[in-house]
Design a protein. Structure first.
Length: 255
C-alpha cells in the first residue's frame, strides 16, 4: 500500500462521508477541520505519531467500523492525508483548501459548515495540542514568540467570531470593524501558513540535532518527517488494532 499517494476525489468523499456518519462519535472532526488540524500537526516542532493525533480526530472515543476493511481504509486514508500535507510543508508550499474562500456577509465565515471556519477550528485544535512544545521552543525569544502568536491568531481567526472581535482590540492593533478586517486576515493567511510552517519545521530539525542519536532516527526531509522516527513494537494482539496497523504501514513505507 502506497501511503504517500494522494487521496483521490472518490477516496476523499468516502472518508468525508464516514466522518459525518452515525458510526462516528458526535464531536468527530469533519474533513475540512481535519485538513486544518493536520496542517497544524505537520508544523508542530515535535515528533508526532498517528496514535497520538488520530484519537483527537474522533474526540478520544471509538468509531464503530462496520468491517476490518473500513477501519483500515479510514486509518490509512488519514495517514495518507497527513503525508500529503507534510509533503507540502516540507516543500514550503502549504496552501489553504480551495473551498476556504471568504464569503459575504462576514458572519457566515464563522458559522459551522463554512469551510474557512472548519479549517481554522481544526488548526486551533492542533496548535492547542502542541502548545507546550511551541512554547518551550520559543519562550526565550520574545520577538519570535510575538510573531508566532500573531500567526496563530491569523490562522485561527475564523474559528470564533467573539474571540476574533477581541483579537482586533488586543492583538492586531487596528481600528477597523470585524467585517472590514476579516477579508484582510483571510488574504494574509496563505503567506502566514508558509511562515508558520517554516518556523515549526526549523524548530523540529533543531530538536533532532540536539537529541542524542537513536538509530535509525535521523534528520530527514522526507514527505513524512514526523512519522519517520517512531517505532511501533510488534505484538500479536496489535494485528487486531487498525490504528497500530496504520502506524506499522506508515513505517514500512519508509523502510
Amino acid at each position: 500500500m502506497n501511503l504517500f499517494k494522494k487521496l483521490s476525489a472518490a477516496e476523499t468523499r468516502r472518508l468525508a462521508a464516514f466522518l459525518e456518519s452515525v458510526a462516528c462519535p458526535p464531536d468527530t472532526m469533519n474533513i475540512m477541520e481535519i485538513k486544518g488540524f493536520l496542517f497544524g500537526v505537520c508544523c508542530a516542532p515535535v515528533v508526532s505519531k498517528p496514535s497520538e493525533w488520530i484519537p483527537e480526530i474522533f474526540d478520544h472515543r471509538p468509531a464503530n467500523f462496520a468491517t476490518t476493511e473500513e477501519a483500515e481504509f479510514v486509518n490509512t486514508a488519514l495517514v495518507r492525508l497527513y503525508n500529503q500535507l507534510m509533503a507540502d510543508v516540507n516543500d514550503a508550499a502549504p496552501a489553504l483548501p480551495t473551498a476556504c474562500k471568504y464569503k459575504e456577509p462576514c458572519a457566515v465565515n464563522f458559522e459551522r459548515g463554512n469551510a474557512l471556519h472548519e479549517w481554522c477550528k481544526g488548526f486551533n485544535e492542533a496548535h492547542h495540542l502542541y502548545f507546550d512544545h511551541w512554547e518551550a521552543g520559543i519562550a526565550e525569544d520574545e520577538e519570535l514568540m510575538a510573531a508566532v502568536g500573531f500567526m496563530v491568531l491569523t490562522l485561527g481567526f475564523f474559528d470564533d467570531r467573539d474571540e476574533s472581535r477581541q483579537m482586533l482590540d488586543m492583538a492586531f492593533d487596528v481600528d477597523l470593524p470585524l467585517h472590514e478586517m476579516a477579508p484582510i486576515v483571510r488574504a494574509q493567511m496563505p503567506q502566514v501558513m508558509k511562515e508558520y510552517a517554516r518556523i515549526g519545521r526549523a524548530m523540529y530539525e533543531e530538536m533532532l540535532e540536539d537529541e542524542t542519536p537513536r538509530a535509525p532516527a535521523t534528520k530527514t526531509t522526507s514527505a513524512s518527517s514526523n512519522v519517520v522516527p517512531f517505532r511501533v513494537p510488534h505484538r500479536d494482539d496489535d494485528a487486531r488494532d487498525p490504528l497500530l496497523q496504520a502506524e506499522e504501514l506508515a513505517l514500512q513505507a519508509l523502510q
